[in-house]
Design a protein around this ligand. Structure first.
Ligand code: SF4
Length: 295
């Protein structure tokens, strides 16, 4: 789905803001034109992005416009503005198909360091609870970086206990774009992340929490390779053009049994994680890589 920025305003200063330096224009006529183009191209939906999307003065009109064109709307948000129950209820009533909440940590100091804010974790948690209470469909996006990867299993425990109604958690290894390009130290080696991520996915499986993973190759997910978003897209016959454009097989991938459902590590990771292990060819398919439901 195409990403359409609807505002550049934000109440956070994330260390890896992907909008940094993108020069987005969020002017209403351009936003509506992009939506019209997506509908004409037969897209099933659009992702409204920011900045913090709920700061857009035109949000109601934009969502209604997209829905009238038959598009499903995914709304990216950091959920801080939803800490007010009435605001959350207003957002939930817009008719958004899913709120994609960026939830970087369950630990206050880590949350503040990543987002460049102070004491915002309780507000974000309240925002998620309020959206759920208002009947919204919520996905949590947990960006994996040097600052939080060791706490992945603990994050899952926290999310399962505090937000039992979320549709799923997406673990997204940090992309090397935007401000992350200037903060390359935020990208941990895949092999360091792998044991924590596998443990977190095992916990999700036990707790009945749906989970998917992106931007770290499936060969680092152990028996949970089926949780990789590219596996799911290939299995469902979904559009994989963007994944293929962002990722590239390495020579080592030639012998890997996962190769036909994996597009390799991200291209910019190969440049930023120089000397690191980027592919671990899998010789034999292991069971347990089940596909999540309804994602
Ligand atoms: S070895 Fe290559 S093809 Fe196999 S999962 Fe890893 S990145 Fe993908």
């Amino acid at each position: 789905m195409a990403l359409i920025p609807v505002t550049t305003a934000c109440n956070q200063r994330c260390l890896f803001c992907s909008a940094h330096g993108r020069g987005d224009s969020a002017a209403l006529p351009g936003v509506l034109r992009q939506i019209t183009r997506q509908a004409a191209a037969g897209a099933g939906g659009v992702i409204l992005s920011g900045g913090e999307t709920t700061f857009s003065a035109h949000l109601r009109r934009i969502v209604a416009f997209a829905r009238a064109k038959g598009l499903k709307v995914e709304l990216q948000t950091n959920a801080l503005t939803s800490c007010y129950p009435r605001a959350a209820a207003r957002f939930a009533a817009l008719g958004v198909a899913m709120f994609n909440v960026n939830f970087p940590s369950h630990q206050g100091p880590v949350n503040d360091r990543i987002t460049g804010t102070k004491d915002t974790l309780p507000l974000r948690a309240a925002g998620v609870r309020n959206l759920l209470a208002a009947g919204a469909v919520v996905r949590l996006t947990h960006i994996i970086s040097t600052l939080n990867f060791r706490q992945l299993p603990a994050f899952v425990r926290y999310a399962a206990e505090n937000f039992p109604g979320v549709k799923y958690i997406q673990f997204s290894y940090l992309k090397g774009m935007g401000l992350a390009m200037e903060n390359a130290w935020l990208l941990p080696e895949y092999k360091l992340v792998s044991p924590y991520l596998v443990k977190a996915l095992a916990f999700c499986a036990r707790a009945g929490v749906e989970a998917v993973v992106d931007h770290i190759p499936p060969c680092f997910l152990g028996r949970f390779h089926g949780r990789h978003i590219d596996f799911i897209k290939v299995a469902d016959g979904r559009d994989t053009a963007l994944s293929r454009a962002e990722k590239k097989h390495l020579p080592a991938c030639r012998t890997c049994v996962l190769r036909d459902r994996c597009f390799g590590p991200r291209v910019e990771h190969a440049a930023m994680l120089k000397g690191a292990l980027l592919a671990r060819p899998v010789k034999k398919l292991r069971s347990g890589g089940s596909k999540p439901h309804g994602i």
